[in-house]
Design a protein around this ligand. Structure first.
Ligand SMILES: Cc1cc2nc3c(=O)[nH]c(=O)nc-3n(C[C@H](O)[C@H](O)[C@H](O)COP(=O)(O)OP(=O)(O)OC[C@H]3O[C@@H](n4cnc5c(N)ncnc54)[C@H](O)[C@@H]3O)c2cc1C
Length: 464
């Protein structure tokens, strides 16, 4: 085939960001449209593509090996599928009017413009790094990228002391606490909120707090870090809050992320209240026919509250990429929104949530009933049955399920998926009580804990 002629006629897709959303989009577009029709150029400023940041806590903790095992597809594998992948190349500017991007080769410093017919923005999220004295000292680590994971592993290998402070008690903070325990560290978690896991209601967060203390972790709530203290060698030696100092040979920051949308903002693309790009249901940037965006850099529709939110999760990013690639490839797909499901664990404690917390429901003007039940993971008489707490929110009068939070041991976390399906289907708690769930003593009591909560919630709705 005559390549120069081919280049004249085919469309060019440019992708910014080479991880979950970006490369899922590129791969799906390639599945639907061959290289003779669609040229795909993808820019990634880092050293890896299609990697699982989700696996970093388990890699650092020694439960899985890495970093190769955390890479779903290498740059070479993408190139073998006719994707022109430009690694260590950062897009510096999007020129929407002239349909082109300006990129810089981070090794040589050379810059060039690349025009596009279609553009996908998948720039992810940026970890929040507080502007505190000492925060850049050796021994202080973020855990956003595989390079971050490797740097932390190297530090752990060379650190003689065994005290660690984790700043932040969201899911990354609690997962990293476990990783450090696996390395034999005495772990302190310093948390700005009143309880860990602010994605839960405080009463459920309290259970996580108590369980983490039971695991030997020192929990410091309602405490903002004011500085990182260093020793004579310049390395971290402690973390200070307004009231106390916590000795630390290593510090891990897990304070959360913000959408990485500086490029999009400079290009005049629409951003929402949380700083994420706004898209339609086909993941097209609103008002821009030939630009798509997905993953951690966008806001998503919360199907329960009807409001836009920023939720940085790989499970969404992969789905966004699939939808975008289908649209770019000439097919039809939509991403309807999320119900806010997430699951994580610290040691053997499983923590799960979906839907609205009490304060979310109040914020959008929903009146609700709330129940909390204690049950077990298996039939009470079956070996290994462990306690589980389920909290359920349902709308007053209608009984529509609004949210579920679960804290317990083995088998607790993924039970939240029952509630996620019920939420997506718009079920009432009354309807949930009749769900035909599987039962045998090794798997659940005859009334599954989620159904016990639904029964109690349904009774409360009837009385409301
Ligand atoms: C420690 C950790 C644990 C996690 N655990 C889970 C979990 O258990 N479950 C879950 O669902 N999610 C989890 N996540 C979140 C998940 O990893 C992210 O939601 C997911 O990676 C988002 O994918 P993305 O493609 O949108 O963005 P990213 O993965 O952030 O990828 C964006 C890419 O774009 C590149 N980029 C940005 N700007 C430019 C530019 N201007 N030019 C070129 N390249 C650029 C970046 O280098 C990056 O590689 C975890 C995240 C972390 C950090």
């Amino acid at each position: 085939m005559n390549m120069s002629r081919m280049r004249d006629t085919r469309e060019r897709l440019v992708v910014i960001g080479g991880d979950a959303a970006g490369m899922s989009a590129a791969s799906q577009a390639r599945r639907l449209r061959g290289p003779e029709e669609l040229e795909i150029v993808a820019f990634e400023r880092g050293r890896f593509t299609s990697y699982s940041a989700c696996g970093i806590p388990y890699w650092v903790g020694g439960e899985v090996s890495g970093p190769d095992q955390l890479i779903a597809r290498t740059p070479e594998e993408h190139r073998a599928r006719d994707i022109d992948l430009r690694m260590r190349t950062e897009v510096m500017e999007i020129d929407v009017d002239r349909q082109r991007v300006r990129a810089r080769d981070l090794e040589s410093g050379a810059e060039s413009w690349t025009s596009y017919d279609k553009l996908v923005i998948a720039t992810g999220a940026r970890p929040i790094r507080p502007d505190l004295p000492g925060v850049d000292a050796p021994g202080v680590h973020g855990v956003q990228t595989l390079d971050d994971g490797q740097a932390l592993i190297d530090t752990l290998a060379h650190t003689r002391g065994r005290k660690a402070v984790v700043v932040g008690a969201g899911y990354i903070g609690v997962e990293m606490a476990e990783a450090l325990i696996n390395h034999g560290y005495e772990v302190t978690v310093v948390n700005r909120g009143s309880e860990p896991m602010s994605t839960l209601d405080p009463d459920m967060g309290r259970m996580v707090h108590e369980a983490m203390e039971g695991l030997g972790i020192t929990m410091v709530d309602d405490a903002a870090v004011t500085k990182v203290l260093t020793g004579e060698d310049g390395r971290v030696r402690a973390v200070a809050t307004e009231h106390a100092e916590y000795p630390a040979d290593v510090v891990v920051l897990g304070i959360g992320v913000r959408p990485e949308t500086a490029l999009a903002k400079a290009a005049g693309l629409p951003l929402g209240a949380h700083g994420g790009l706004l898209t339609d249901l086909a993941m097209r940037v609103r008002g821009h026919e030939n630009i798509w965006a997905g993953g951690d850099c966008v806001e998503v529709l919360d199907l329960v509250s009807g409001q836009e939110r920023h939720i940085a999760l790989g499970t969404h990013a992969n789905k966004h990429g699939q939808v975008i690639g289908t649209g770019v490839g000439g097919g039809y797909a939509t991403f309807p929104g999320v119900v806010g499901t997430a699951v994580s664990k610290v040691c053997d404690l499983e923590i799960a949530r979906t839907g609205l917390r009490e304060k979310d429901a109040r914020r959008v003007g929903l009146q609700f009933v709330s129940v909390t039940i204690e049950s077990t993971s298996r039939a009470g008489y079956y070996p290994g049955a462990s306690p589980m707490t389920v909290k359920m929110l349902a709308e007053r009068r209608t009984g529509r399920l609004l949210g579920v939070q679960i804290v317990g041991r083995e088998g607790a976390g993924k039970r939240v998926d029952i509630a996620a399906v019920a939420l997506t289907a718009g079920m009432t708690v009354e309807q949930m009580t009749a769900l035909d769930l599987g039962y045998a003593p090794p798997f659940s009591p005859v009334w599954d804990p989620v159904l016990v909560a639904a029964r109690k919630a349904a009774a409360k709705v009837r009385a409301s």
